[in-house]
Design a protein around this ligand. Structure first.
Ligand code: SAH
Length: 426
């Protein structure tokens, strides 16, 4: 059939699957059957594509075509219901994908659609204290070794009713090259880009494991896991299209977050199909931002803010700015006033995230009062600002904690014993 030696259906778009079907001299409607099987039914093997004749399936297999489904290697369940998945690919590399069942507390960068937005003034450390107090450690340990539950084929979407505001957080690279000083993923360095099939495969694997199916179930999706999506731009944008046309997740339910890769922000604004934009600001002036996010040396705040101001927003769309608050570092009233100045006049909102701690991260989580004071200054300047509830900190599923941590033990201080699968790389 003139195909490459191995090629996976997952990651192919309608045109590529149509080409595959026509090369095999099969009728055109087979392309839709394959699209439906891979992205809607989320089959894992060619044998499961029962709409195709056996002979065609065999010829596909002989030419090295596979579905290329992602494999859930481990699953950790938090006391707050968040689930962290370790997802493995054919070459043995793995990434993390997070399921947040009751919305994301603003993590999507869009409280109104993502659902559970933190109330103004809600204390992040208060939420943390609660989850620490109630932690069923034994259950966590059990979950850490639990294997993924198989989807019962007779009742594939049993979780539908409870999934109205769920969010999936997906990874775009194995590790990350951006080197933000407060982020655990940065300690891994970057191993490689994920293919579009590997990115969309995370979504398919999680939907299947959670027994939910868009568009019937409202699923929000954030490109906020491991990696910098805009440093894997082509695969990221192809994934976004596959999620819309294949899986059935609407553009407005997806948000991509970037550390500030300015030329790609501009490219992104010109895409016909695109998620919403979130920018990790994290500092209020260049000196501070360069210290916390070395990427700021190349693309300064001035360049970043110019790209944000020129970004072509759609109706009722705004840019989200994420701001990780680091105790005594970027959380002063003066910092808040500088942020308000930077964002003045922009159609935007700010998500404040109190640092999620981790081993090797030399910053502290600010007090709830400090967070609220920062928020108040922004709000008093007319900028919508929300405090994001930390999700799944106990299982290392929260923002900035994704580091392929395979063992989770808990203590009230969250001084956890974390054993990474591979040692940090340069
Ligand atoms: N590379 C992209 C997406 C991944 S990071 C980006 O930088 O936006 C997703 C979000 O997590 C970013 O807003 C980042 O600033 C935040 N983050 C990173 N480390 C964190 C930590 N330790 N605590 C809280 N948020 C963190």
């Amino acid at each position: 059939m003139g195909l490459p030696l191995t090629s996976s259906l997952l990651g192919m778009d309608r045109e590529e699957i149509t080409a595959l079907v026509s090369e095999a001299n099969e009728p055109g409607y087979r392309a839709k059957q394959i699209m439906d099987a891979v992205y809607r039914q989320r089959v894992e093997t060619l044998a499961e594509i029962s709409t195709l004749p056996q002979g065609f399936r065999e010829r596909l297999a002989e030419s090295g075509v596979t579905v290329g489904a992602a494999r859930i290697e481990k699953k950790f369940v938090s006391v707050d219901g968040t689930v962290r998945y370790l997802i493995a690919f054919a070459d043995g590399q793995s990434v993390e994908t997070v399921w947040m069942p009751e919305g994301d507390g603003g993590e999507a960068g869009d409280g109104s659609e993502a659902g559970a937005e933190a109330e103004p003034g809600q204390s992040t450390s208060g939420a943390e204290a609660r989850s620490e107090k109630d932690e069923p450690i034994a259950a966590l340990k059990r979950c850490a070794t639990q294997s993924p539950s198989p989807t019962p084929s007779s009742r594939p979407y049993a979780g539908r009713a409870s999934s109205g505001r769920s969010t999936i957080c997906i990874s775009s690279q194995v590790g990350c090259a951006v080197d933000c000083q407060f982020c655990l993923t940065a300690l891994l360095g970057v191993k490689r880009n994920l293919t579009a099939g590997e990115i969309v495969g995370q979504v398919c694997a999680v939907l299947k494991d959670q027994h939910v199916a868009p568009p019937e179930d409202r699923i929000n999706l954030v490109f906020m896991g491991m990696g910098e999506p805009f440093l894997n731009y082509e695969n990221f944008i192809k994934t976004a299209r596959l999620l819309v046309e294949g899986v059935g997740i609407a553009e407005r339910r997806m948000t991509v977050s970037t550390a500030g890769i300015v030329p790609r922000i501009r490219d992104f604004g010109g895409e016909a199909i695109r998620p919403k934009l979130a920018i990790s600001l994290n500092a209020s002036n260049d000196a501070l931002r360069t210290r916390l996010m070395p990427v700021n040396k190349k693309w300064t705040l001035e360049m970043l803010m110019a790209a944000a101001r020129e970004f072509p927003l759609r109706t009722r769309e705004w840019i989200t700015f994420e701001y990780v608050l680091l105790g005594g570092v970027n959380d002063t009233p003066e910092n808040a006033r500088e942020v308000a100045e930077l964002l003045r006049g922009l159609r935007c909102k700010v998500n404040l995230i109190a640092l999620n701690p981790g081993p090797g991260i030399d910053f502290t989580t600010p007090s709830a009062e400090r967070v609220t004071a920062f928020q108040k200054i922004l709000r008093d300047s007319g900028i919508p600002a929300f405090v994001r509830r930390p999700r799944g900190r106990d299982i290392y599923a929260a923002c900035g904690q994704l580091k392929r941590t395979v063992e989770v033990a808990t203590s009230p201080e969250l001084q956890l014993q974390a054993i990474a699968l591979s040692p940090p790389e340069g």
